[in-house]
Design a protein. Structure first.
Lengths: 229, 173
C-alpha cells in the first residue's frame, strides 16, 4: 500500500513537471509592458520559494521532533530536508537573477527581497558549518536542531516581513502588484498551481532518496564497527 | 556626512557587541559553569544572561553614541527616538547572541563558529535599526519609524521566547 502510494506521487511529480515545462513555455500568457515573455518565470522562480519554505518547514518539524525524542533517523531527515531547501533557495535566487536581468536591467539590484533571500542562504550554510564543527553525534544532533529552529524563525522576517515594509521592486512587495494581479488570466493559474505541486513533490523526493542513502551509509558504518570489535 | 556616520556607528557597535556578548558562554570556565548549573534552573540562567547582556549592550550603545557625538558630531535630530531604538536593538542583540554563544561554546572551534552563526541572524535586527537611524537623522515624524520599531519588538519577543524554550536542550550535556 505504502509502496503503491509512493509510486503514485512520484509519477505525479514527473508528469506535473513535464506539463510545467511544456505548458509553461508554450501556453499563451498575457502581454504586459516591460515584463513581456519573462512573466513565464512565474512557473519556475516562484515555485522554488514554495518548495524552499516547504522543505525548511519539514526540516524544522523534524528538528522539534528530534528534541522531544532524539533518534538518529529524525536528525538525518531534518538535515536532508534542509539540504533540499537550501538547493531550492539557491535555484530561486538564480532564476530570480535571470528574470531581473531582463525586467530590471541587471541581475543583482540589492533589492530587500534579494538581500533577504541571500541572507537566508547564509543562515542555512551556517547550519551546516555548525554541524561539521561538532564531533559527538548526539550533541551534533541536539545543537543543530536548536539552531535549525532558530534559523527558521530568523528566516520569516527576512523573507516575508521586511521586504513587504520597504520600497522593494519585487512583485508583491513594496506596494507592487503581485502575481495575483497578473494571472487573473486563468491560463496562468492552470500552469502555476500544478508547477508548485510538482516542484514541491520533486523536492520531497530528492530529500527522501538522500535520507535513505544516509541511513544506509550509517548502517554500513555500524556493521563495519561491529565487525572490527 | 550623516550616512557615513550611521554606517560607522553600526559597524563599531556590531563588532563590539559580538565580542562582548560572545563571552557570556564561550569564555566561561567549565568549573564555573557547572557550579552555576547546580544553583539555578537552565531557564533562569538564560533569562539572567539575556538581562545582563541587555544592560551591557545598552551601556555600550549609549557610550558609543556619546563618544561619537563628542568626537565626530551628532547628526541625530530625534535623540529620544534614537535612544529608544538603541534600547530595543540592544535587547535583540543580547537575546540572539546569548543563545548563539551557548551553542557555539559546545563546539570545537567556538570563536569561529560564533562569528559564522551570529552574523546572518543579526542582519535582520541591523537592517531595521539602520532604517530607523536614517529616519532619526532626517528628523522624520515618529509615525514613519513605527513599523520598524514594532518589527524590532516582535523579533525581540520571538528570539527571547525561542531562547527560553530551546536553552534547556543546549545545556543538557
Amino acid at each position: 500500500m505504502r509502496k503503491k502510494l509512493s509510486v503514485v506521487w512520484k509519477t505525479l511529480s514527473v508528469l506535473l513537471l513535464i506539463y510545467t515545462i511544456i505548458g509553461g513555455l508554450l501556453l499563451p500568457v498575457p502581454r504586459l509592458d516591460i515584463v513581456n515573455e519573462t512573466i513565464r518565470a512565474l512557473y519556475f522562480h516562484v515555485p522554488m520559494w514554495f518548495g524552499m519554505i516547504t522543505m525548511f518547514t519539514i526540516s524544522t518539524v523534524y528538528s522539534i521532533l528530534y528534541l522531544r525524542k532524539p533518534t538518529s533517523d529524525r536528525d538525518i531527515v531534518a538535515v536532508e530536508f534542509a539540504h533540499a531547501g537550501l538547493m531550492y533557495g539557491i535555484l530561486g535566487i538564480l532564476t530570480g537573477m535571470i528574470w531581473a536581468n531582463y525586467a530590471w536591467g541587471s541581475p543583482w539590484h540589492g533589492d530587500p527581497k534579494q538581500n533577504g533571500s541571500a541572507i537566508t542562504t547564509l543562515i542555512y550554510l551556517a547550519y551546516f558549518v555548525l554541524r561539521s564543527s561538532v564531533d559527538n553525534r548526539e550533541q551534533k544532533g541536539r545543537l543543530s536542531a536548536v539552531y535549525n529552529i532558530f534559523a527558521f524563525a530568523a528566516m520569516i522576517p527576512l523573507i516575508f516581513i521586511i521586504p513587504r515594509m520597504t520600497s522593494s521592486m519585487h512583485p508583491g512587495n513594496g506596494g507592487n502588484p503581485g502575481f495575483n494581479m497578473y494571472d487573473l488570466h486563468s491560463s496562468m493559474r492552470m500552469v502555476f498551481y500544478p508547477a508548485v505541486v510538482g516542484w514541491i513533490l520533486l523536492g520531497i523526493w530528492i530529500a527522501t532518496v538522500r535520507t535513505r542513502l544516509r541511513k544506509a551509509e550509517e548502517k554500513i558504518l555500524d556493521m563495519e564497527y561491529e565487525k572490527n570489535n | 556626512m550623516p550616512v557615513i556616520w550611521s554606517a560607522l556607528f553600526w559597524m563599531v557597535i556590531l563588532s563590539t557587541l559580538v565580542s562582548a556578548i560572545a563571552k557570556s558562554f564561550v569564555m566561561e570556565r567549565s568549573g564555573a559553569t557547572i557550579y552555576l548549573y547546580s544553583l539555578a534552573a537552565p531557564t533562569e540562567i538564560i533569562i539572567a544572561k539575556i538581562l545582563y547582556g541587555f544592560l551591557l549592550c545598552s551601556a555600550i550603545c549609549c557610550t558609543g553614541f556619546l563618544f561619537f557625538s563628542v568626537v565626530l558630531n551628532n547628526p541625530i535630530q530625534d535623540v529620544p527616538l534614537f535612544l529608544a531604538l538603541l534600547i530595543l536593538a540592544s535587547f535583540g542583540f543580547s537575546a540572539s547572541l546569548s543563545v548563539l554563544s551557548a551553542i557555539a561554546s559546545k563546539t570545537n572551534n567556538s570563536s569561529v563558529v560564533m562569528a559564522v552563526l551570529s552574523f546572518p541572524v543579526l542582519i535582520g535586527i541591523l537592517l531595521e535599526s539602520i532604517k530607523v537611524t536614517k529616519n532619526c537623522i532626517d528628523g522624520l515624524d515618529r509615525s514613519v519609524s513605527m513599523d520598524e520599531l514594532i518589527t524590532l519588538g516582535a523579533i525581540n519577543l520571538m528570539v527571547t521566547a525561542l531562547s527560553y524554550l530551546l536553552f534547556p536542550y543546549i545545556w543538557r550535556s
